[in-house]
Design a protein. Structure first.
Length: 89
């Protein structure tokens, strides 16, 4: 249910990183690593499964929104996720 804005002390702008600000040009990242980076964490940070699920809710739309600036690599094995990286100019 919606709540009034007046219930919040602070309402900063909803500003997300651009792919170039978030990702290293010579690296490829899993969606899990991107989720961590979007929260200011290290890509290999240990998280509880429930926390990781919440972070994925932010990362998946970010990837879709920024798809024009990204490249994707197929998993190297069936046990591995796909990878995303910056598209070269």
């Amino acid at each position: 249910m919606p709540v009034p804005k007046s219930e919040f002390d602070r309402l900063p702008p909803c500003d997300f990183y651009t792919p170039a600000e978030l990702l290293e040009a010579d690296q490829m990242y899993t969606v899990y690593e991107i989720a961590r980076l979007l929260q200011g964490l290290e890509p290999e940070a240990e998280l509880e499964a429930e926390t990781e699920d919440i972070l994925l809710d932010w990362a998946i739309p970010w990837i879709m929104t920024n798809a024009d600036d990204l490249v994707v690599a197929e998993p190297r094995s069936d046990e591995e996720p796909g990878y995303y990286g910056l598209k070269e100019e």
